[in-house]
Design a protein around this ligand. Structure first.
Ligand SMILES: [Zn+2]
Length: 154
């Protein structure tokens, strides 16, 4: 049986998503886009990716419909890209549960009511979806909490 390397046409919906998303570079690029970084140099500096690595992932993410070229010259999340937010939250929750980081790691809260998230996708207090319009992140490396940045017009 040949080794499988392309899951984009797989019958399993998890495997199809993993074809693009199961790449640490893609996940950290998404993290930085949600954190408000959009230009190539900002993404390179924040992720530590080599230019060639970053360029290849940005092309893959553009082809997959997760990001688009923004009028500002950088990159912006598409609606499909915004839908990856709970996936990033699930990764963060998994790490906190299995191997809690000493600095607390990424903290996720509801922008509407301030409650800290206990799930990847819903506020336990006001039941708002933890989407790009109602999610606040606090990253130890970035200081103050900030609302995540989606792909809407700005
Ligand atoms: Zn809430």
């Amino acid at each position: 049986m040949p080794l499988r390397s392309d899951w984009s046409e797989a019958g399993c919906v998890i495997a199809r998503a993993a074809d693009v998303l199961a790449d640490p570079w893609v996940l950290v690029i998404l993290r930085e886009l949600f954190s408000g970084r959009s230009r190539f140099d900002e993404l390179r500096d924040a992720t530590g990716a080599a230019d060639s690595v970053l360029a290849r992932r940005l092309r893959t993410m553009t082809d997959a419909g997760l990001i688009r070229h923004a009028e500002s010259g950088g990159y912006a999340l598409t609606n499909a890209g915004e839908r990856t937010l709970p996936i990033l939250h699930a990764y963060a929750g998994f790490t906190r549960a299995v191997e809690p980081p000493s600095d607390g790691g990424l903290r996720i809260s509801c922008t509407r009511c301030g409650t800290e998230a206990v799930s990847a996708d819903w506020c336990p207090t006001c039941a708002a979806p933890l989407d790009a319009e109602s999610t606040t992140w606090m990253r130890p490396s970035m200081g103050e909490p900030f609302p995540v940045v989606g792909g809407g017009p700005r």
